[in-house]
Structures are given as structure tokens and as C-alpha cells.
Design a protein around this ligand. Sequence first.
Ligand code: AMP
Length: 286
Amino acid sequence: MKKKLKIAIQKSGRLYEDSIKLLKDCGIEINTGIEQLKATALNFPIEIFFLRDDDIPKYLEDGVADIGMIGKNIFLEKRKKIIIKEFLGFGKCRLSIAIPKSMKYKKINDLNNKRIATSYPVLVKKFLKKNNIIAEIHEISGAVEIAPGIGLGDCICDLVNNGSTLFMNGLKEVQTILESEAVLASHPILNTIQEELMNKLLFRIRAVKKAKNNKYILLNAPNEKLEKIISFLPAMKSPTILPLAHHGWSSVNSVIDENDFWNIIEKLKKNGAEGIIILPIEKMIL
Ligand code: AMP
């Protein structure tokens, strides 16, 4: 039986750095030399393959790698027999239809009879079918944004992050067909050792993700407002409360959700909280 878990990550491109960072945040030390196609972790039984993200689903299906970090867009486009184990929270983008600024567009039906250049023919076809649109798909493998400018299509369907590439090419986004982010995908059947190693890695990934979504908060509160203030801070079990040397005041330590951050801070201030300090959390295990 194999003793190492084989993980495929993108060789270069948008997901590369965040994939490596996530492994490092999980405490996995890797030697990432330039032009290296394979690396072994120094302190975890894992082998890392650096591959083209387009190829990773097939390698997972064939069992060449056990797990891989890929965009949800690639996962859905390639339609291989693999499964998503975890959403990773980075590489967020949308797959959108974009048109030249001069093209008339009011509703989806305006895409009828247009030529759409894309690297995602499967997803575009599905979208067109769902919306009863008859359009021609031109599959191209890269630099999709320049297609309308060189006559390769009337419009495009491509990944958009902040939209600056579209803007630079005189295009505007008109319709999102998919919201995407990086996912951890795996072959559907792993042997016991690989499954165990994957679960160990997943445990670490979840602790890193949880920590990223939460902040540690310290504040001072007048004792008569403590009950109200605590009600805004659900914490892990309950907040820590320590008396201050200053009579009638307490220090409150807790954890707050990043998404609700400003909302909670406003409520705390309104109820007399002072000296609020927010700190990042490195790992969080519940
Ligand atoms: P932007 O200019 O930030 O909208 O990025 C657009 C360009 O980056 C396009 O060429 C996309 O194909 C590529 N891109 C953006 N986000 C991602 C992502 N999460 N994964 C892969 N490629 C992406």
C-alpha cells in the first residue's frame, strides 16, 4: 500500500501561490525550487505534483494523484469522476459573458446568433441551453479577452476577478454564469492510508480557514453593561471576563466572525465598550 498522499497543485498561475501558502499554513514544509515538477514535504507524508490545472481532474480520475487543488470552474468544465472535499476560500472569481462596449445588450436573448469565444465550452453550452439561446461557441485556450478585437468572436465568456483585463480590452461584463473559487478535489475512492492522510490534511485546512474567518477581540467594558456586551460576542463557548484594576470595569476576551465584524464593533461601542483591540488568529480548533 502507498504510504504517501499525492497532491496535485497548479504549476503556475492564479492558484499557485495561495495553494502553496495554504499547505504552509497547515504546517507542511515544502522545498519549492524553480522548474520543479514534484516535491516532497519534509514533515508530512505528502508528495506534491505541480501540474497544469486543466490536467488535474484527469490525473485525479486516473489515480495519478489522490487529491488536488483546482478551481471549481475547472472541476465543473472537465466533468471527471472526482469529488469536491472542501471549498478553500481563495481563487475567487466569476465565469462571465463579456461583450465589446459598442455591442447592444439589454437581456440574455441578445446573445442569440452571436459567436462566443471561450475556454469553457461545456459550461457555456449548458448556460445557453438553460436559457434557450442559440449561439455559436468558439473554443480557444487562452488570451480569450482579445478574441473580439481580432475577429474571433462577437463576445467572450471568461474568468473575471477584478475586471481590469476586460476593461483594458474594451469589454464589459454582462452576465455571470458561475461563481468560482479553489476547491480540494479527490479521487472518489482512496485506500485507507490515503483517506486517513487526506482527513488529517482536511482537519488542518479547516482550522486554518476557521482562523481566517475569525478575529480575537479584547475590550474593556463597564460592569453594568457586561451582559449586553456579551450577548454580541457568542465566542467559542463563552467570553473570558477578567476584572480590571479600575473599579467597576472588566476586560472581555472573545472571538468574532470576520463577516460580521463592523456590525458587532458598532454595537459594542454603542454599549460603552472601550479600548477595543482586534488580533488575527493563526489556527482555530473547535
Ligand atoms: P482580472 O483582470 O482580475 O478580472 O482577471 C482576469 C484574468 O485572470 C483572466 O485572464 C482570467 O482568466 C484570469 N483569472 C482571474 N481569476 C482567476 C482564477 N481564480 N483562476 C484562474 N484564472 C483567473
